[in-house]
Design a binder for this molecule. Structure first.
Ligand code: HEC
Length: 217
């Protein structure tokens, strides 16, 4: 008599699964039973939101990015006028150095010292650093006859270069010559060369030093 209910209870308890026990517990505590199938919903929704944020964010970036243009992204970058063509800034001095190397160096030498007895020096020369009206004329039409440079007498001839060099090339070459090797004379502008060229009034004969001394101050 005392064994039968005992056995019956044992059988029922053995049939109870973990789930049924949990459900009973949940009901007892007044909770809803937990879903057991699939993934928990909240992280899935969250993942979806994040994925679409990245997806649509990429599309937005692709359409609206400035491709990390330093002019837009970097506030310290120099801003150029829109449409301005970028030209590497080469100074008149450096442009003139090229003209000098191509056109003047053969005679006056790279160090500007010339060749004693043949080509007068430009380094330290009172002519090279003299009035620009004279040096421009020398390059435009050349120079003939006796000339004293740094106390040395020369009596030779320099060909006219006004036909092969443009105004800005002459200006840059003279700017270089007048500020190189310790020379300290003012720069020469293309406008100044153009002005002197106009004043030649058809003259083609080279200058003499005596003639030039009357020009300029
Ligand atoms: C073919 C050789 C030759 C070339 C090239 C030449 N010169 Fe001369 N240059 C001379 C000679 C020679 C004299 C002196 C002429 C004389 O004796 O009357 C002279 C004189 C001068 C003088 C005045 C004297 C002095 O020494 O300061 C200047 C300035 C001068 N040249 C600048 C130039 C410049 C700038 C160039 C290039 C754009 C140039 N020359 C290219 C041969 C040359």
């Amino acid at each position: 008599m005392s064994q039968k209910p005992d056995n019956h209870f044992k059988v029922e308890q053995a049939a109870a699964s973990d789930d049924s026990i949990q459900q009973v517990h949940a009901q007892l505590l007044g909770q809803k039973p937990e879903k057991k199938d699939g993934y928990p919903m909240l992280p899935l929704v969250f993942l979806g939101v994040m994925c679409s944020a990245v997806f649509f964010g990429s599309i937005y970036m692709a359409h609206n990015s400035v491709r990390f243009d330093p002019l837009v992204v970097n506030e310290h970058a120099k801003r150029e006028k829109p449409g301005a063509v970028k030209v590497a800034a080469v100074s008149p001095h450096d442009l003139g150095k090229r003209v000098f190397k191509n056109t003047c160096m053969a005679c006056h030498q790279e160090n500007g010292l010339g060749v004693p007895g043949a080509f007068p020096p430009l380094a330290g020369s009172e002519w090279a650093q003299g009035p620009e009206d004279r040096v421009i004329r020398i390059v435009l039409l050349g120079l003939n006859g006796p000339i004293t440079v740094k106390g040395q007498e020369y009596n030779s001839a320099m060909a006219s270069l006004g036909g092969v060099l443009k105004d800005d090339q002459i200006a840059n070459a003279l700017t270089y010559v007048r500020s190189e090797w310790g020379n300290t004379a003012s720069a020469v502008t293309p406008e100044a060369v153009a002005k002197v060229r106009a004043e030649l009034a058809g003259r083609t004969a080279p200058w003499t030093a005596a003639e030039l001394l009357k020009i300029g101050n």
